[in-house]
Design a protein around this ligand. Sequence first.
Ligand code: GTP
Ligand code: SPV
Ligand code: MN
Length: 594
Amino acid sequence: MASKVEALEHWVNEVAALTRPARIHWCDGSEAEYRTLVQRMLADGTLIELNQQTHPGCYLHRSHPSDVARVEQLTLVCHPNEEDAGPNNHWMAPAEAHAKIDALFDGCMEGRTMYVVPYCMGPIDSPLARCGVEITDSPYVVANMKIMTRMGAAAQARIEREGSFVKGLHSVGELDPARRWIMHFPAELSIKSYGSGYGGNALLGKKCHALRIASHQARSEGWLAEHMLIVGIENPQGETHYVAAAFPSACGKTNLSMLIPPEDYLRDGWKVWTVGDDICWMRPGEDGRLYAINPEAGFFGVAPGTSASTNHNALTSISHDTIFTNVAVTADNQPWWDGLPGTPVTDWQGRPYDPANGPAAHPNSRFTVSAKQCPTWSEMAEAAQGVPISAIVFGGRRPSLLPLVMEARDWTHGVLMGAAMGSETTAAATGAVGVLRRDSMAMKPFCSYHYGDYFGHWLSFDKSGAKLPKIFHVNWFRKGKDGKFLWPGFGDNLRVLEWMINRVEDRVSGIETPIGILPGEGELKLDGLRLDRAGLDELLDVDNAGWQAELSAIGEYLDSFGQHLPERMRQEQQRVARALEDDAGLAHREAVAS
Ligand code: GTP
Ligand code: SPV
Ligand code: MN
């Protein structure tokens, strides 16, 4: 049997024999290595220097215009058994998939450098962390992996100690959408990605490893790998509650994870601590609570909309040592997108800016920055045991029906709320934007196995001795008749988080409704907010007829998971549907009686 060290070498040699690079570079993760890479990319035009007076250490990368987002239709999970992929994934048989993509990898690195990138997802000494190695021919990917993960010698040492790691093979290929695949082999703990240099397609530690491979591992090992931010909310008494929240791509995770409290909250001494902005791995601790780590070390955040008024912490984080991808630039070479002052002169494709060509910065333009640069970065983000989670929040872009906030009556109801999540699609993936689709637990693009089994896995955490977090659902994106958002959002979302924590601490009682517990009169602190009574009523309204239709749509959606759907989910959907019918009946009898 090959020794643990040999396992890695053996695989690297195998890949080199297939891709035939001119050179192999083993990354040590040092600053010197990063600087050398940057210099090389500046020389060949992969990176463009931004204004070093205003933005020291900041560079711009322009991706191929057809390679600007995740590509869900080209993203496959390759389980030996098709059934395991479920209707929520695209599937291909492993042998066929390997053959298809290996043909593309054949000789694809000729004349180029192959980088071997060992990385650790999570604090390097954490038992919850997991390691991987990405082999790539893209120095841009290496530089991003350096920022986004614990990359280099320490990770390699852990891999050589443990022996097991996720194998990720990546090549930018020809950047031709017709020769592009993002393939996952969960049973082999391996990923093969060809033909894209963009974010979630190419930085394999992120969505490919930390969500798709990890969700499969988590299922068999009894933990959860989720598309969630982690934020600590410290009250004026110095008590901190950690909240994990799942919103689909471009629906507010980064913003909520680093929110700035409204003036009066700041004055009272509230503080917010960022632990993670995109991915959360959690498992039950000895005391029965769920403990979470952020497997990442940086932020790959949406640039448009990031401004001094919406997310000052993000703006401060990206004022230096940041890689920008597909943003616009100003006349004095500063990065620019909608929400920033200044005027764009060059668009994201490097053309003179002309509004006729669309927005100056691509709607899915991004920044890559070390989490350590965030003013609210929590020291607990480095804690090996993770942070205890008090509340789990689900939410999406729902222009109507879904109230500002509601609480699940128990874990089973909460799992139904997560499964029923819907959201309007965004620019984070290619395809139409603004189309409402179900996106259970914000994991539609990332759960690598059958959603029915995934709901069952979620339900399995509800067992004796468990001290589970409360589950909530929020909607920051409800619109009024004028088409404008009813809720101010951003920093003011703390008002909703405070209510949740008050519920966790049993300080407020809420109001029970058929769809869940909503804030009672006066329980949401709204002083100083420009929100009229009618707006608040609309935000907290329970439209019985609308909800009955929603429950029936949820029932149909659950049906699509067939035999894999746990019976408890079906029963829960029926319970809520019945409660709505009873409530409508009651309201009708009251109306007749009066
Ligand atoms: P991914 O990185 O793709 O997973 O996105 P994300 O979930 O981290 O979303 P992000 O925080 O980057 O926000 C995406 C967009 O939503 C930005 O344009 C934000 O300005 C906007 N946004 C975030 N929070 C709110 C909010 O509370 N209200 C409103 N109206 N918009 C918000
Ligand atoms: C998302 O789309 O949810 C992201 C960006 O966080 S990417 O890394 O491209 O997946
Ligand atoms: Mn994301």
